[in-house]
Design a protein around this ligand. Sequence first.
Ligand code: NDP
Ligand code: MG
Length: 401
Amino acid sequence: MRKRIAILGSTGSIGTTALRVIDGLNSSLVARDSSPGKEGKFEVVALSGHSNIKLLAEQVRRYRPKYVAVSDVDCVEEFRRLIEGLDVKVLAGAEGLTEIAELEQVDTVLAAVVGVAGLHAVLGAVRKGKRVAIANKEPLVIAGQLITAEAKKYGAELLPVDSEHSAIFQAMQAGRHEEVAKIILTTSGGPFRKANPAGIPNASIEQVLAHPVWRMGPKITVDSATMMNKALEIIEARWLFDVPAEKIEVMVHPESIVHSMVEFVDGSVIAQMGSPDMSLPIQYALTYPLRLPGSAKKLQLDRLKTLTFEKPNPQLFPAIEMGFEVAQKGGTAAAVFNAANEAAVEQFLAGRIKFGNIVELVRHCLDNCNVKSNTSLEELLEADAWAKKEVMECLKNHQLR
Ligand code: NDP
Ligand code: MG
């Protein structure tokens, strides 16, 4: 099962975990193969980073990919100096990212860039009929209808990496699509599950970034505190599994052991459990349909004591209801929703707005946009640009609470 892999966003949290997963897979495959020194079966053909070029250069020295994309054009020259003498083709800018996603020498693309920046590369890989292991949820949120239609047309495989969607994908194998009654997405509840609602809007960056379970990149960590992450995941599930919003439910599960569930029409609920460790869903997306020994910590059921589930409190987490609303609306609504959030999170992390302003700005953009249905990629990108501009206008005009 030789796999030739491109990792988009190899310098991030998912990207670095994926490289460790590949190391683990290769060493266990070599150990099982009697001929010592035999090449690993998962080959890293291409990597990409944006601005962390020091780490990217270290990865290039270690994994010796044939191609590397540096998406931040301002970092390319310095990167070339860092890898002088190495036999690797350097591609620059957003186009470089798409080029490595489309390479003929690659059969599996791990999409682990953050935000809308990964959209063209994901579409490129899909249109080349590749296996796309997708962590980068934002392109699916914005253009899920288009991406899933193109995957069908070009014979591409879209395999979820997001832990909830990997769990649903695994649970779905227990029945047929028409037998699914509902999808139950779980959430840890983030850092503010037990907080006093009055204090949350003024939470500091440090409080927001202190996730109780997962260590992730900054954008998704903020999204987990606002619950925008769960809202994005509702839309992601809607497209990945072709289910209407009415068949999706969210449950708070602070232990983060059940990664999501599928209820079938006969009442059976199939759950996927595991330690909260992204290496498992990353590995499964790479090795599917096989399961291979992996590095994820094994569950010790006798130490779990209790697993609890509760409905999310809408006063605490208004973003979840917005996620359902947007999933029902379709068209350009999700592009506006995602873009307003991306822009607002950036402003929050830069210290320019309060935590509570993020959801406020997203609500404002949703209430003031013109939702178009049956949209083209251009219209989706126009909606993305409109919402980002609208967020900046609100800031300029001091329209925030
Ligand atoms: P990180 O912030 O840790 O990493 C993001 C990666 O994208 C880095 O390699 C970064 O490069 C690169 N990048 C940043 N901006 C751009 C850009 N404009 N163009 C191209 N590349 C860019 O994020 P995560 O790894 O946490 O998340 C990646 C994706 O996976 C997100 O969509 C997230 O929602 C999803 N996800 C993450 C999970 C996790 O556990 N982390 C769990 C489930 C989903 P550099 O660092 O070199 O600047
Ligand atoms: Mg998730």
